[in-house]
Every structure is written in structure tokens, then in C-alpha cells.
Design a protein around this ligand. Sequence first.
Ligand code: SAH
Ligand code: SF4
Ligand code: F3S
Length: 481
Amino acid sequence: MDLLIPDKAHDESRQGEALVLEPNGKHNGRKLYIESYGCAMNFSDSEIVASILADKGFETTKDFNNADVVFINTCSIRENAEVRVRNRLKEFAGAKFKNPGMVVGVLGCMAERLKAKFLEEEKLVDVVVGPDAYRDLPNLIEQVDNGQRAVNVLLSREETYADINPVRLNSNGINAFVSIMRGCDNMCSFCVVPFTRGRERSRDAASVVAECTDLFNQGYREVTLLGQNVDSYKWTAPVAEGGEALAVGDEVKIVNFANLLEMVALVSPDLRVRFSTSHPKDITDEVLYTIAKYDNICNYIHLPVQSGNSRILDLMNRTYDREWYINRIDAIRRIIPECAISTDMITGFCTETDEEHKDSVTMMDYVKYDFAYMFKYSERPGTLAAKRYADDIPEDVKQARLAEIVAKQQEYSYYRMQARLGRVEKVLIEGFSKKSDKDYCGRSDQNAMVIFPVTEGYKPGQYANVLVERTTSATLIGRIV
Ligand code: SAH
Ligand code: SF4
Ligand code: F3S
């Protein structure tokens, strides 16, 4: 089993969540059901899809049984993510049998990976749409209405949906995801994302800042900037106002990730800024100094290591080694001493020996991560690793190695939480805790979940100073002081 400690960007409890919008006054008489799997990027994309279709008069529904259009936004990252989608499609089959006019569409990474093959393999699917083709959805639905099945899996070098202001009605009105780039150029050998999401491209910095400003004005107090590799964000902005096309010889200003972070931090000191995911090869000291400079850029970095062993990292094509990664950790500790760090790890990658696995364990001892997302290696068709290396570590070995690091992480998560005992955390109140409406929950700057009694004068969307009196391995418990 994969272990997922939920945070905003990788929330296991949101898998399969349906998106519902308030009616916007436009009606075409048809209802859309859309549910999402995978990473925060996919959840953010579903909001874009819903926005595009809401504009054409579709209303959303929480119940696929009474929907005219049923969309499933899919993930391909590991085999079990795809198995989950296949099983879900079986559940849609009954509804489609009762309502043969229902349009069933597969969106996202699995659609991109399997393309038209999906239509052969899953007879109930009418539309297959990749992550860069969502603007075409109204046309594709029309094609299906006219009795055809429809596919658009074209990847784009430019599409960033920058002009689409996503509707966010599932949200609590406090935290929002903002995509700052799409695709990935890194070609980690285990990873399917470069194939399903295409080339890396950055979104217009001005549109990112405008969206964050707009969110702040609507009452949002936290934005998470999203990209597969945010540290390679790069936007070439014309210096001249007005946005004319650049000509040879024009002066330009390059906006890098540190610059963008600063621009978003300056929207308001009351807007918290988070980001995910950082890549160890690209995270610069400039980014770290920017985080340190602004109180409202959270002291939390997700820095996936994948393996602690240099030979395995090389086979994974991560383009850094153990020493480099440790150097980045040391830089974080030096420049942002209070920074929480989380990671992703894969056990049982091709040819990994017991000794090499131990290097992942000792990396955990070195960093003492606050959180970790840990996975068994799952071979993905078409990736470099699938082509070059045999998936030769037996399942029980992968599992045992996973169990070992999961147990280790449990200890370090608890250790990190314990270190906060007796301290006062600045918490952005998100709402009532899951267990009781006598308690509020929210996150600390370091991204720890904090639970504390509802206190007069404090509402969700406000900040509170909470004294930590108890902890579990995943939660801080205390009271407002
Ligand atoms: N862009 C991010 C990660 C995106 S995928 C980064 O570079 O860190 C999220 C995580 O899924 C990865 O960090 C990796 O740990 C895991 N993952 C990706 N492909 C996998 C595979 N084939 N098997 C097991 N885990 C995988
Ligand atoms: Fe996949 Fe690597 Fe890109 Fe992350 S950086 S999305 S792991 S190829
Ligand atoms: Fe995300 Fe899964 Fe695609 S992790 S980018 S939805 S393969």
C-alpha cells in the first residue's frame, strides 16, 4: 500500500471527488458530472474544464446517475491509479445503460497515455481528451451528440489556460491552487508525466499575479503555486507595457521562480504563499533567500529525493546525486532554519540492492523529514526505465523496503511534531475539524495540521496564534493564546 500523509497538494482523501458549481445563470438544460484523480494539477484542471463547460450552460451535479455528461479526470502515475479508474468506469456502465444518451469522457493523463486505444478497450467511453485539449470539449461533446466518438489528445507547447479564471466552488474559499506551469521536460526514467503532460511551459507571470490578487480580494488567504518542477519556471516578459509581441532587439525581463514568488508574496502580507513541487537539481539559493525574506511565503519545501543512493539516482535520470541533494538540504537549513521539508521516495527501483536501499534509509536519518510520500516502484509502459531496465525487484522485497521506510517516517514525523510542543504557531483557520464542530483546524506555516477549540472572535479565513500542548505524528493540538 502506498502511504500518503495528506497535505493540500497530495490529498488522498480527495481522490475521486466530484466538483460542483453554483449555477451561473446560463442553462443549456444539461448536467455535467466530473470527478478527479491524481495530483493537485488534475484537480486544478478539472476546475478549468468545469469553467469552460459552465460557460456553455452546463450545470454540475454530484450524482453521475442524473448527469448528461460524465467525465473522469485520470492519473497514470502508478499502475494502481489506472486500475482505480478502470473500476470506476464499470460503475458508470449501469448509469449509461439506463440513459444511453449519456456522454462518458475520459480526461487527463490516462487519456493522453492510451489515446484512441481507450475507445477500443472501454466500450462505454465516448470521448478521450488529453490535458492540453480542454478548450475543444464543447466541440467534442457536439461530435458525440452527432453520433460519433471523439478524441483529442494533441499536446501543446503553448497552452497554459492563462486566460481562464477557474471557478472554485468545492473550495472552502480560503486556500486555492494556482497553476504556474504545465508539462515536464525532465524525463526521470520511472515517470510517465512527460508523456502525458507534454513539454514544460510557464504561464504568463502577470496572469498568475492577477489571479492571486483576485483570489485575495475574494477572501482567499492562501495560494499554492503548482508545477511539476516550479524551480524551472521562466517567463519572458516584455518590458514595454501593453503586451505587444516582442521584436528582435526589444528589452526583455526574465521572471524566474524566485521573482514570481516575490511578486505573489507582495500581493498582500495576509496572503500565504505555498508551492509544489521543487526539484533538487533546480532549487536555487535565490529561491531560498526569497522564502526567508517574506513572512508570508511558508517555510515548507517539498523536495522529492526518490532514492538516497547515487547509482539509483543516476538510473532514475534524476540528474543529481546523494551529495548534491545533501548540499541542497544543508542550504535550506542554513538559509531557512525553521523550514519543514517533505519528500517522495520510491522503493524497489530496477536493480536496487539492499545496500542501496539502506542509503534511502540513512537519507531519512540525515534529513528527518517532516512528511514523506512513499511508493513501491511501478513500471509504466513507454518510460525510459520500462525500455531500458528490467523491473527485477520482487514484489515482497519492494513491499518490505516500503514498510521499513514508512515505519521510519512515522518516527520522524512524530519527532518533528514533538519539537513544536510548547511553541506558538501562526495558523490560518480553515474550518471545523473533521471530528468535531467544537474544534477548528488549520495549518501552521510549516504545513502541520493544527487542531484547537473554537474561540469567540475567530473565524475561518483568519489567522490565530495557537499554543501547542499535545501532538500526534500528524497533528498539533492546542489552544488560541
Ligand atoms: N514532479 C514531481 C513528482 C510528480 S509524481 C517531482 O519531480 O518530484 C509524484 C511522485 O510519484 C514522484 O515524486 C515519485 O515519487 C512517484 N512516482 C512517479 N512515478 C512512479 C512510478 N513509476 N512508480 C512509483 N512511484 C512513482
Ligand atoms: Fe516526473 Fe521527474 Fe518530471 Fe517529476 S520531474 S514529473 S518525477 S519526470
Ligand atoms: Fe498528476 Fe497523475 Fe498526471 S500525478 S500529472 S495526474 S499522471
